[in-house]
Design a protein around this ligand. Structure first.
Ligand code: UDP
Length: 424
């Protein structure tokens, strides 16, 4: 059997003051006919990155409203994860494709993982991202309804790699994307459902943390709390552009000598490039004592990420490609002035000039940070508008509602709940 992730317990009732009454009622009524439904959630890692972040909240909440959910992690090996990393990069537009050996390895692991799944036990299977997309090739056709969720930025995919995966994608009953423009321009796709992910306002990463407590925590990592801090929280991945963030910081430092930078990034076990890119980032920082490069290996867990976001004068997410970018909602929810790449799902969270700053280069990024440091009052107004935007659209109860609406739809139950569906 594949590894089962222990997600603990959460109670939807705790969210009553954060979600509207109407939304809470809708969730309850959508959940009622699904009581006892058996759901398998399949992903590549239980640690690091946005998918794991979402699952730790969504899975226990689905359980709390009466579904019987298992989240399991597929098996892999270095060679497989190297292939899936190539797939991930290619789907985000990298021209490098898969070798024949990588294709074979990828397919072998689909079969190997499929053999470990007792498919007859489930009513719904939700598969996350490309790594396990092909298990359906070996298990489809039974009573379970299958949905595949792509969490990355599919706006400019490498066609060869996309076409390699499409035969599997076509077998699903529905596929879910963050944005309508991520839907591949191909024939024969299943219904494509569009909804963005969400953050958990009650999780240790996002719960209210006072400025004093945040300052206390970042102080433990050597940050001088009397001087301004810029923070980016991201996996060590070229698409997150930590080197570009260092360039921006250096430009800011020419004008504000005291500025410090924290690059906080976890290492996921399905991310073989992470360690290498971490080393590159450290080398690029060139021993600057005001650049702090930290990760879970330095004991930076959820509360510490929270503190680094809360304490930051500005939070940066200078991505070059970004499926959604949970870190942007995390920062806005904490009313932090947020400067982020003008790409992918970030643009649904930040309206330039109203809820934050969208930037296309390190120079723009530095300019935005300088503006924030020069006029914190105006920056805070923007940040507060950002928080209200997140409250309406990007908190967990809405995501739970969308999921339940989809499950009902997949079994042909008309609940009247709206979903944005693009029938391909
Ligand atoms: N994250 C974290 N610690 C780190 C780096 C990232 O907890 O050192 C979290 C971050 O707070 C966010 C998630 O991992 O919740 C990253 O999700 P996002 O959508 O921003 O990017 P992804 O990693 O999925 O590309």
């Amino acid at each position: 059997m594949l590894q089962l992730v222990n997600v603990g317990h959460k109670s939807l009732a705790d969210y009553a003051t954060i979600a509207t009454r109407g939304l809470m009622d809708e969730i309850r009524s959508l959940a009622e006919p699904l009581a006892g439904a058996r759901v398998l959630e399949l992903s590549a890692t239980a640690f690091g990155g946005g998918v794991a972040e979402i699952q730790y909240t969504l899975v226990p909440l689905m359980q709390d409203v009466g579904l019987d959910v298992e989240w399991r992690i597929i098996r892999g090996a270095d060679e497989f994860f190297a292939a899936t990393k190539t797939i991930h990069n290619a789907l985000q537009g990298n021209p490098q494709g898969l070798t024949d050996a990588q294709r074979a390895c990828f397919s072998d692991f689909q079969e190997l993982n499929a053999r470990e799944i007792e498919i007859d036990e489930y009513d719904f299977v939700v598969v996350h991202d490309p790594q396990p997309v092909g298990v359906i090739d070996h298990l489809g056709g039974g009573r379970a309804k299958w949905a595949w969720r792509g969490h990355i930025d599919f706006s400019t995919p490498n066609d060869d790699v996309l076409d390699f995966l499409l035969p599997s994608v076509r077998r699903y009953d529905a596929v879910i994307f963050h944005l309508a423009e991520y839907v591949p321009k191909r024939e024969g796709l299943p219904p494509c459902v569009i909804w963005p992910p969400a953050i958990d306002p009650l999780a240790p990463k996002n719960m209210a943390l006072s400025l004093e407590d945040a300052a206390y925590i970042v102080d433990q990592f050597g940050i001088d709390i009397g001087r301004p801090l810029l923070t980016q929280v991201s996996r060590f991945d070229p698409w997150k552009d930590p080197l570009g963030v260092i360039d921006a910081y250096r430009l800011v430092k020419e004008e504000v000598a005291g500025v410090q930078l924290a690059l906080v990034g976890s290492m996921a076990h399905d991310d073989p490039e992470g360690l290498e890119f971490w080393d590159q980032t450290v080398a690029y920082a060139d021993g600057d004592p005001d650049i702090f490069i930290l990760s879970n290996l330095n004991n930076v867990g959820s509360v510490e990420v929270n503190a680094f976001q809360v304490h930051a004068a500005a939070v940066i997410q200078k991505s070059i490609k970004e499926g959604f970018g949970l870190t942007v909602s995390e920062a806005l929810w904490k009313s932090r002035p947020t400067v982020a790449g003008n790409v992918g799902g970030i643009v649904t969270q930040i309206e330039n000039g109203r809820t934050g700053w969208l930037v296309d280069s390190s120079e723009d990024c530095a300019g935005a940070c300088l503006e924030i440091l020069a006029d914190p009052g105006a920056a805070r107004e923007r940040a507060l508008a950002g928080k209200e935007h997140v409250r309406k659209r990007f908190l967990t109860p809405r995501l739970l509602r969308d999921r339940l609406a989809l499950f009902n739809r997949l079994v042909g139950r008309d609940t009247g709940a709206e979903l944005e569906v693009i029938a391909a």
